[in-house]
Design a binder for this molecule. Structure first.
Ligand SMILES: [Zn+2]
Length: 434
């Protein structure tokens, strides 16, 4: 029996695993170069696990991952520690914002320091199964670093196309992992198109986000972990039959694949009968890269659109300080907008000043040091409270997607570095300390 089949998120057609490689052959005919991806596929498992994780096993144990992922057996899942990141109660944030049930999902703890490791691990497992030795991706930085890390951990090779302007720490990190790095004089969107052409020409396995269905499927573990962690951390009474579900999950959004991955995790748990409702998804985007949130507004207020039609806003130059979120045209826009609307969620736009402030505020109130993209979610929370999109008694989970060590230039922007002093007690004047 097949482990899974693909289902097109646009037209609903189903396909067997080896009948398609990336997107739906019918809908991809509508693809416009440089625009959002058409015919994004979902993985549909033939059977779902009865529990999230077997008692006593960590949630990223190969046996647990194999029960949620479209892989043949646990033996195909390498012991490379992706996921199982902490859900923190962050008492400093709870007190500061008077939020009683706030939680912070700290995904900076992944091996390469970002959520992208989750997608890269599953893509690399499938590449190995398909006997593809080289995996290619375009990336603003984190996906390339994650792919470089995971392929190094599994003995595979990677070629990555990144904008030459990617933060230096990310470039240094991916090169040390041994990826073949191709910096592109252009935007992420330029790198994306070039990588697709290169993958075709050289027969490399394409990890490009949204196009490769295993990127969404890989990231769904983030949604599954949120439910498992919340249930465990909230110390639900013994015998409680159902897992706990937060009211709202706040997610920084670039291409929209992390959001779609989280939504897929919730959707799978609902299909498995393990939860009965899904949280509202609150997407946060920078002002300078905001197609998905602007599209939400179009779909909420447009009277012109047909019932099942999703409208996508026009692309605009992406130039935010949150480099990971800089996409002129989010590849997963169609599915991300659909997921937000069907969850009853919403979107928030924040400016660069708010993002830079949030790096410091979030670090000081939680002990979690975010890159600008991770801080974007926190800036979004502040705005959502003001706009009354969340209420103080709701159970709120905020996802921090990447570590601040990846972009210390941005993190230093709001700091005044102290002048050095002589190593004498006389030099240590009180005004230096307070
Ligand atoms: Zn289709």
């Amino acid at each position: 029996m097949a482990l899974f089949h693909f289902i097109c998120t646009e037209c609903g057609k189903t396909y067997r695993e080896h009948d398609v490689e990336l997107t739906c052959p019918v809908c991809e005919k509508l693809q416009v170069t440089g625009s959002f991806a058409r015919g994004v596929l979902h993985v549909e498992l033939e059977s779902f696990p009865k529990v999230i994780a077997k008692r006593g096993l960590p949630i990223n144990h190969p046996e647990v991952l194999a029960s949620h992922w479209p892989v043949k057996s646990a033996a195909d899942v390498p012991s490379y520690p992706v996921g199982d990141t902490p859900l923190l109660p962050a008492p400093g944030i709870r007190k500061h914002l008077n939020l009683k049930n706030f939680w912070l999902k700290d995904d900076t703890r992944n091996p390469s320091g970002s959520t992208k490791d989750r997608a890269s691990l599953l893509v690399a497992i499938k590449a190995k199964e398909y006997r593809k030795e080289i995996i290619v991706t375009a990336s603003t930085g984190n996906a390339a670093t994650a792919l470089a890390a995971v392929t190094a951990g599994m003995g595979l090779k990677s070629v990555v196309f990144v904008p030459a302007t990617a933060p230096r720490a990310k470039l240094v990190q991916m090169m040390n992992y041994g990826a073949k790095v191709i910096p592109v004089r252009g935007t992420y969107d330029d790198a994306f198109e070039l990588s697709i052409a290169a993958a075709k020409k050289f027969n490399w396995y394409n990890r490009n986000t949204a196009l490769n269905p295993f990127t969404i499927e890989g990231k769904k573990t983030l949604g599954i972990e949120i439910i498992e962690n919340l249930t465990r951390e909230s110390k639900a009474p013994r015998g409680a039959r159902e897992y706990l579900v937060p009211d709202v999950v706040i997610i920084p959004v670039g291409d929209g694949v992390i959001l779609a991955g989280i939504a897929k995790g919730f959707s799978d748990l609902k299909k498995a009968g393990l939860i009965s409702r899904v949280p509202r998804l609150l997407a946060v985007q920078p002002e300078m890269s905001s197609v998905i949130v602007r599209s939400l507004e179009l779909n909420q207020y447009s009277k012109k659109k047909a019932k099942n039609d999703i409208l996508i806003a026009k692309p605009s130059p992406a130039n935010s300080v949150a480099d990971s979120l800089n996409v002129a045209m989010p590849r997963n826009a169609l599915l991300a907008v659909k997921e937000i609307l069907s969850s009853g969620g919403d979107g928030v736009i924040v400016d660069d000043e708010a993002i830079l402030d949030a790096i410091q505020t979030l670090s000081r109130l939680s002990g979690v040091f975010p890159e600008p993209a991770g801080a974007t979610a926190f800036a979004g929370l502040l705005s959502a409270i003001e706009q009354k999109l969340v209420t103080k008694n709701e159970t709120i989970v905020l996802v921090v997607t990447g570590t601040g060590l990846k972009d210390i230039t941005a993190a230093a922007e709001k700091l005044a570095m102290p002048e050095p002093i002589s190593p004498t007690m006389e030099s240590l004047t009180l005004d230096l300390l307070y």
